[in-house]
Design a protein around this ligand. Sequence first.
Ligand code: ADP
Ligand code: MG
Length: 591
Amino acid sequence: MINKIQLLPENVANQIAAGEVVLRPSSIVKELIENSVDSGATNISLVVKNAGKTLVRVIDNGSGIAHDELELAFERHATSKIKIVQDLFQIKSNGFRGEALSSIAAISHVTAVTRKKNNKLAKSIKISGNKIQKTEFKVSSFGTVISVRNLFYNVPARRNFLKSDSVELKHIIDEFSRLSLANQNVNFSFYRDNSEIFDLKPTNLRKRILTICGNRLENELVPIQEETPLVKIEGFIVKPSGARKSRGHQFFFVNNRFIKSPFLNHAVKSSFQGLLSDKLHPGYFIRLDIDPSKIDVNIHPTKNEIKFEDEQSIYAILKSTIKHSLGIFQVTPSLDFEMNTEMDIPYSFRNKNPLKPLISVDSSFNPFIEQSKDQVNSNSELNQVELDSENNQQKLSLLETNFNPNQIKVFQLFNKYLVTALPSGLLIINQNRAHQRVLYERFLGLLSNNKSSSQKLLFPHKIKLSKLDLISFRENKAIYEVLGFEFNEIDSEIISILSVPNLFLKDNLDEKLKDLFLNNNEIGFDSFSNGDLVSKRLSKSMAIQNGKILNLEEQQELLASLFACKENQVSPFNLPILINFDRFDLDKQIS
Ligand code: ADP
Ligand code: MG
């Protein structure tokens, strides 16, 4: 073993830094666009191929990089934005750590072409693995073009870790949305696999919000404004009537930088107290301008989090500003008690692995096929299910020997739980989550054997989509079609639905279809494929809601289907479906 202390070679150090700065294609988008903004560009174009895995290119008309500094820009800790320690406390630019370009060049193939206004020609360099491969001069307009190809080509583990194209694209769109909301004076365009998906002309914040988030917010935005010696606040909050079950419409910008702040989010949430049900998230687009010496942006490698010197005062000012606006604009309470909010995915569950199922059931087992006694016995292995509870290693049989749905003993509690007795004990099941699980597995099954049937709607059903919804719709259209949907895309933003899958119950059709196709960008964020994502979305919008009264037959059928699922402990969104009081526990407590 070598235990001499040595400095890491430059390329190794850069690869390590890249691990912090470049997590996925969207990180490249963020770093390159931030550099373009810092360079004073008024026109920035983003081009991505294969969700950025093959190419991310950013073209700007900014200051350009001096030719004799171009190579230097790709060295670690090379920055033009700060010079002395004091500058660190006065940061007005997006970048300052001088890490992005060197990190990116360590894990991809980069080409940079740049020309300052006073240069006749542009200088172009090609770099891979931090080594300059080629330098040349050529004709080009002024500004900078940086193209990043084959991300993680030399770090296969990271490359394999990337998610499906639709998930990576979603991250890119999120990043693009944040940057374009933070810089509404800049003309941003976005091309994806050769087609333009955004062209945002310079405008005011309100209009930019509507283009990015959809015209549905048109009548929902309430302006806020406050100026104190400590902080200047402006922007918009969304009326309670426009609040959503997901956190998609929550943006803080501090000195033009998008940041995440649970603390400030709490301030907003508490200003809405009494106006919003607990399960809904307020929408907001809030810019705070603060003396840069009163904040620290250098606490996180991607600079998405910052520290405020006087957090408490900012909290108080923000809260009273919002309350004031809610008052002036007479935003009246509009609580929607009907709304089902059960299925919100708590953030804490986002990155968790699914729980390991405790009960393993044979998925080919069909409870609707009558079985003869012999078959039952020869299949006894199927029916003999293990229950691996922590304090009970005994083998228990979950299902009665002859498992016939109409013999399941069950009753509904509070119109949302199904309670059933098994030889092993007592199960309490959340009906909405159980049905989600059943539907999710059915859709996955249909996708894998390409078999589904659909029902024509009496009248085509029209829905207006926002740009973001439209992107996600187009991305997954073919999958919806495999599952039994039929569409007629009328014009660019309205889709017309002609048929739905047979499994689709047509009560509350409008609500279900809207739930399915609108605003669901956050759902299935963890999906490993588009098919998985669509199956999750469908299961969420189609599942029996909590609160719905089920007759005995429906209850039995739901339970039988749940027990036939491959996984029956957690919903497609990783929430527990049931709790089990096994006999051992009961005996311990009350016998
Ligand atoms: P940082 O942004 O933290 O300074 P980067 O590695 O992102 O570090 O960039 C290094 C330097 O390269 C920047 O400080 C800037 O001078 C220059 N640079 C990068 N991109 C551009 C661009 N699009 N236009 C002009 N200069 C740029
Ligand atoms: Mg930078």
